[in-house]
Design a protein around this ligand. Structure first.
Ligand code: A3P
Length: 268
């Protein structure tokens, strides 16, 4: 496919908050459709879409179609919660045939990168390159920062998109409405709206937007698994911009699900 100057790509490793960002971008641009994942439809259907196109992708930075001035929003989430969320995702979608799958089995598959979209650390590292290269057309967000301060994230996204999106958030009422509609509670309602894909369908339609928050991994990981993930993090990310990220979210000490439910409205 050929990117266009006004394309907006919403990119992430699966289960990092992709739908959350899509929903915010849709509202900022007043788009009434679920943006397709470019790995799904053929190039011709993506070509037939009207501009500006909002396109979702789980591709790495190396693989994502680039050029033409398109904008990219990348959202990432700590690997322990990402793995946990992906485990539940596998139990929820028919095509994985993992409805009764075991957590320990999934843990090993994730650690070996033998899952859809491959290795978490390869993925994150490839996008971190964009920070090192100081690419101007990429906005890098952390899921956990959005949990703590959703209004700031919405404003940040709107400023990055510029134009109509940046104008909309100047109106306090419109901004409040977007924040409210982007809360976990609101997005849990009427979950059918998130399923545009005609090929793959969930077994449990109400569990796509599942629990939210961070540290749910504590309900699933053994101490040994937690230490294995910490070690992998050290090996793969210490030297990167993400080296100091997620200390609290990934520590063995601490609660079992923080920031779950309503994100705190730090600015309101
Ligand atoms: P959990 O499975 O931990 O609940 P993706 O869209 O990339 O598949 O990511 C899905 C994850 O983002 C799910 O995590 C989902 O609950 C969480 N999520 C989606 N909307 C959210 C919101 N408004 N607030 C907090 N988390 C949200």
């Amino acid at each position: 496919m050929r990117p266009r100057p006004d394309d907006i790509f919403v990119c992430a490793f699966p289960k990092s908050g992709t739908t959350w960002i899509q929903h915010i971008v849709h509202q900022l641009l007043a788009m009434g459709y679920v943006s397709p994942m470019i790995e799904g439809p053929d190039a011709a259907s993506v070509e037939a879409m009207e501009s500006p196109r909002i396109l979702k992708s789980h591709l790495t930075y190396a693989d994502i179609p680039k050029g033409g001035g398109a904008k990219y929003i990348y959202v990432c989430r700590n690997p322990k919660d990402c793995l946990t969320s992906f485990y539940h995702h596998h139990r929820t979608w028919e095509h994985y045939e993992f409805e009764h799958g075991d957590f320990d089995v999934f843990f090993d598959l994730f650690m070996d990168g033998r899952i859809s979209f491959g290795d978490y650390f390869d993925h994150l590292n490839s996008w971190l390159e964009s920070i090192e290269k100081q690419e101007e057309n990429i906005l890098f967000l952390k899921y956990e920062d959005m949990l703590v301060d959703l209004p700031s994230a919405v404003v940040q996204i709107s400023n990055f998109l510029e134009g109509k999106a940046a104008e909309i958030v100047k109106d306090e009422k419109k901004l409040d409405k977007i924040i409210e509609a982007s809360s976990l509670a609101s997005m849990k309602m009427n979950q059918n709206r998130w399923f545009s894909n005609i090929y793959f369908q969930p077994i449990h339609r109400d569990k796509f937007i599942r629990k939210g928050g961070s540290r749910d991994w504590k309900n699933h990981f053994s101490l040994e698994q937690s230490e294995r993930m910490d070690e992998r993090f050290r090996q793969r990310l210490t030297a990167s911009a993400a080296g100091g990220w997620w200390k609290k979210e990934m520590a063995w000490e601490g609660g079992q699900n923080e920031n779950a439910g309503e994100p705190r409205m730090a600015m309101l």
